[in-house]
Write a protein that binds this ligand. Structure first.
Ligand code: IPM
Ligand code: MG
Length: 370
């Protein structure tokens, strides 16, 4: 029997409770298919710092090194708690960015998916949503401003100043563009290239490389969009987009807007792929304000499991089943308190009940050997 090792980094805040539900789904997938998942839990994030003195401890690095895939929950602490941690050990800088760098997970896929069962969560009007939103943002994840050299100090005028650099080389740009084109080729053969070449030289180079790469994908139509205009169009006409490709910071911001048009970042799972290793995580933070209340929807974490099955283990059909199972649960009118107000006509359930309902729905789906 095939065995896969999965490092499980439950993270902070709502991380452990939504991870628990994702694991229920993984266990069912294991039972239904001739496959075994060896789950390797490891501390990561703010909780790891308080336990071990490091937010990405050596022990966790070793577990991730030997894993076939990494399932990661959200990390981060409340503003107050974060301040108790030295700046460089704070979970985002001390754990998440180092994880991305360690495994060079340059390609981040963030689906913004609003089928009819979820349409009521969106703040957009029905005429804008139309038949639903189904787009994927492809974000470069290990370059640009977030990883560039940083300097702080006092300038010649005696003022505190900061300098951060946005650097990309053509290899980094080319490889993420290939990911965008390959995905566009599998989907509607339209690629929206998001840039800011009217101001940034980095976008000028990006677009230059794009023209070269495009020659290898003659059946894909490229539509160029300035990032600020793309932000507007995501609200006014999101259904025009299918695959959008962009550099790191543009992707960070626009993908949160993606969560906004769905109605919640809680509906945003993601896949972070490198050449040798991949990890999967919700696109949102750890929501410390609702942690431990059993009200966070586990959709983004279970969706991340679906993305892991598809991308790391080639189990495409089972991944589709998981998406469908989650839609069934919403389609039956269930929701959780983080997504819906009570009295809004939904049948309110808790985090664990939502996980159980997804499992029940998945059990009923035909077993598809992947
Ligand atoms: C994300 C997050 C991270 C990012 C933070 C937590 C460092 O916002 O994955 O989008 O900016 O990449
Ligand atoms: Mg973000």
């Amino acid at each position: 029997m095939k065995t896969y090792k999965i490092a499980v980094l439950a993270g902070d805040g709502i991380g452990p409770e939504i991870t628990r539900e994702a694991i229920k789904v993984l266990k069912l997938v294991e039972q239904r298919n001739e496959i075994s998942f060896e789950l390797l839990p490891a501390p990561f994030g703010g909780c790891a710092y308080f336990e071990t003195g490091h937010s990405f401890p050596q022990e966790t690095k070793e577990i991730c090194d030997q894993a076939d895939a990494i399932l990661k929950g959200p990390i981060g602490l409340s503003h107050e708690k974060s301040k108790a941690i030295p700046v460089d050990e704070q979970p985002e800088r001390g754990a998440l960015l180092p994880l991305r760098r360690r495994y060079n997970t340059f390609a981040n896929f963030r689906p913004v998916y609003l089928p009819k069962e979820l349409a009521h969560f969106s703040p957009l009007k029905p005429e804008i949503i139309g038949d639903g939103i189904d787009l994927i943002m492809v974000r470069e994840l290990v370059g640009g401003l977030y990883f560039g050299e940083k300097q702080t100090g006092i300038n010649d005028e005696g003022l505190r100043y900061v300098k951060e650099t946005l650097e990309y080389d053509e290899r980094q740009i080319r490889r993420i563009l290939h990911e965008g084109f390959k995905l566009a080729q599998k989907r509607k053969k339209i690629l929206h290239n998001i840039h800011k070449s009217n101001v940034l030289k980095s976008s000028v180079l990006w677009n230059e490389i794009l023209e070269e790469v495009a020659e290898e994908y003659s059946n894909v139509e490229v539509i160029n969009f300035l990032v600020d205009a793309a932000a507007t169009m995501l609200c006014l006409n999101p259904t025009q987009f299918d695959v959008m490709v962009m550099e790191n910071m543009f992707g960070d911001i626009l993908s949160d807007q993606g969560g906004g048009i769905l109605g919640s970042l809680g509906l945003m799972p993601s896949a972070c792929l490198g050449d040798e290793k991949a990890y999967y995580e919700p696109s949102h933070g750890s929501a410390p304000d609702i942690a431990g209340k059993n009200i966070a929807n586990p959709y983004s974490m279970i969706g991340s499991v679906a993305m892991m099955l598809e991308n790391s283990f080639g189990m495409d059909k089972e991944a589709k089943n998981i998406w469908a199972a989650m839609q069934n649960v919403f389609g039956e009118g269930y929701s959780t308190a983080d997504l819906s107000k009570s009295g809004s006509g939904v049948k309110m359930i808790n985090t664990d009940q939502f996980g159980n309902k997804v499992v029940e729905a998945l059990v009923k789906m035909p077993i598809t050997k992947s």
